[in-house]
Each structure stands twice: as C-alpha cells, then as structure tokens.
Design a protein around this ligand. Structure first.
Ligand code: DP6
Length: 361
C-alpha cells in the first residue's frame, strides 16, 4: 500500500526555488489516542479543520553543490534560527526519505510561523507537520509535473502523518477522517480523507473558541501518552468505542442531531482524559480551571437551551464548540463568564475551514 507513494518517474529537474503553504490546526471530535508503528492509529478519528489557527511555512531549496548522504537543512521559527526544532525534522526526514528520494539532493531552509501565540498550548504539530509535508509535495510536483491532484493531497497527508498523526487531518476538507473504517469510503490508516457523507446545515461553519487555560509546557507529550495505551487495561474497549462513535457521528451529521453530537463529543473528550488518568504511570492534563469552564458550559446550556459544548485536546485548554447561529450569544457568554478562567483572559475565536492553502509569490 505504502508502495504507491514511492515515486517512479521524477522526469523534470529544478535547481532552486521556494514554496509556501498555510495549513490549519484541527480539533478532533472522535479522538486519536493510541498508535502502532509506523505511526498507524489504533482507531479511526474525525476532526473539524480550523481556520484562524494556522501555520505558514516556506521551504527554500537549492541543489547541493557536492552530493552528500545526509539531510542538510536550517529551521527558522518566527524569524529566529531554531536548533531545538531540528531533531524532530531530522527524524521526519528519515521516516519519509523512501518516499521522497530527492531529499538528500537539496539543501533546505524551512521558515515557519504560527498565527496563534507561541506556547499557547495549541497543538502546533498538526499544522506544522502538514505545512512541511505540503511544501515537500510542491517540490515533488516540480520534479514530476504529471502528478495528479488526488495523489498530491493524499501523499501530503500520508507524509504529514509520519511527522505527527493528527497532522494528516490538516490537509484538505472541513471534516477529515483518519483510520480505516468500514462505513467511511476510501478511509485509510495511511492518510486522512475528506468526510464526504451528508452533513446537516447546522454543522456548517461550526464555531470553535479556544480558551487558553494553561500556556505552560505539557508535563506529558502526546507521543508519550499514545505509548501508554500499549498494555492499558481499557485500551481494547476504548478503540472499539471510537469505531462505534464514528458510526454514530456519521448518523448525527446526516440527521443534524445536535443533542447527540454534544453527548458524543463531550464523552470523547472526557474519555481521552480518562485514558490518561488510568494509564500507568497515570497523569492529569486538565487544570482546575478546565473543570470550572466545563461546569459553566453545562450550567449555561441547562439554563438557556443553548447547544454549546466542549472538547479537549491533550492539554488543559478547552475548545468551546457551537453552531454559527449562536455565535453572538455564546461569544457574549465566553467574554462575560469564561474569560476569567483563561490565562491573561486570552481566548481565540475560530471556526471550521477548508484546509491548506498554497501561498503564491
Ligand atoms: C489528543 O498527533 O499530537 O490531539 O502522532 O505522536 O504526533 P503524534 O500525536 P498527536 O496526537 C494528537 C492527539 C489528540 C487527539 C487527536 O487529535 O485526535
């Protein structure tokens, strides 16, 4: 299967150039938590693609003067040279080298910046790795101009996955599924696919306000957390539950069943954190204010009949999800009642977006 991504006809050549992609972050509704080598998910996940939270990455490339057997690159993050980011990219290059045999022929400069504040706790690996993957695909396209659009995006997602699992859901489409599922056509463990089944209009332009509860470095990285699902006593049940939830959310989208959506999405978030709390070693990424906010959301929903709900990623921040027609009232509620629980009162209004954009010179 992976074989399809090994190029066999790089007919053109290019000495030097520069490409730029802007790629979004995403927020999972059914969570990916647990993986096996090489970066394959233990269950299917689905996410909303975001819009305002994104990474912009430029890849400058120039053919090496003298061939060498190593990867030559510089990383510049928000205008500064970042040695600390190099090992992650080095690992990524090693993983994808089979699929991008031209990598060692070039010297690269990777320049990247995020639209969201640095160390805000917003997962930057999804947007960051998908941006690099798309830039590398643009280079491959220069070397093989006959690449089809389908292959281009599929392989970009495939490469992004090898950088960070959730990154494969940050390439194309408003709702993206990653992981093989009998009820999702074309779904694959190797890359994300656009969810193309019926989606009721209530879920169009869905809103996500990210409350920045805790901006510090996480005590446990996602990669370590995924690892703790190996031998986890509840892992098999969790993986089976996620598969069922994909079946359920498909129905929910088709029927516009927003109450069921709320229940499924909040349960997924709490289950993700329950897995962390029941790992060995166990850990807690929620903070007291995460729980304060959750309770406030429940109170508001019960009191007003609003359809607002929350989800969490692997951290303390809360994603507040709500339909577009409630934008005004929910944003008012956030400003009046939730902002106090955020670090420096900070939150980011976002909404569902379409996916990555190539930035032309
Ligand atoms: C909780 O994709 O960050 O956000 O594959 O190790 O890079 P790696 O992990 P990562 O895990 C994200 C986990 C999650 C849930 C999700 O996005 O589905």
């Amino acid at each position: 299967m992976e074989q399809q991504f090994i190029p066999n006809g790089l007919t053109a050549s290019t000495e030097k150039g520069k490409v730029t992609w802007q790629t979004p972050s995403n927020i999972a509704l059914v969570k990916y938590w647990g993986k096996r080598e090489p970066q394959l998910p233990e269950n299917t996940s689905i996410s909303f693609t975001l819009s305002n939270c994104h990474t912009t990455t430029s890849l400058s490339f120039e053919k090496k003067q003298t061939p060498s057997d190593d990867f030559v690159f510089e990383v510049i993050f928000e205008g500064e040279k970042k040695e600390a980011f190099k090992p992650k990219i080095q690992t990524f290059f090693k993983r994808v080298a089979t699929y991008l045999p031209f990598l060692k022929d070039y010297e690269f400069v990777i320049e990247s910046s995020n639209s969201f504040p640095h160390s805000s706790g917003i997962a930057s690996s999804a947007s960051g790795m998908s941006a690099i993957a798309l830039c590398l695909m643009s280079l491959e396209k220069e070397l093989n101009p006959t690449l089809t659009e389908t292959y281009f995006y599929q392989k970009a997602s495939f490469l992004a996955r090898l950088g960070s699992g959730s990154a494969c859901r940050s390439v194309k489409g408003e709702l993206v599924v990653w992981g093989n599922h009998p009820e999702i056509q074309e779904s694959s463990d190797l890359y994300g696919v656009e969810f193309t089944d019926v989606v009721d209009s209530v879920f169009k332009n869905y809103q996500d306000t990210i409350l920045l509860i805790d901006k510090g470095e996480k005590q446990v990285s996602s990669t370590v957390g995924h690892g703790l699902m190996h031998g986890h006593p509840f892992a098999p049940q969790r993986f089976a539950q996620a598969q069922e939830n994909i079946t359920n959310i498909k129905q929910i989208f088709a029927q516009g069943a927003i109450d069921d959506f709320i229940q499924l999405v909040e349960s997924e978030a709490l289950t993700l954190h329950a897995m962390m709390m029941t790992s060995q070693p166990y850990f807690i990424l929620m903070k007291p204010n995460t729980l304060e906010v959750i309770n406030k959301i429940w109170e508001f929903r019960n009191g007003t009949g609003s359809k607002v709900c929350f989800t969490l990623d692997a951290g303390a921040n809360v994603h507040v999800l709500y339909p577009e027609h409630e934008k005004e009232s929910v944003q008012q509620f956030i400003t009046n009642e939730l902002a106090v629980y955020c670090k420096n009162g900070e939150f980011i209004h976002d909404q569902v977006g379409m996916g990555a954009k190539k930035i032309e010179k």
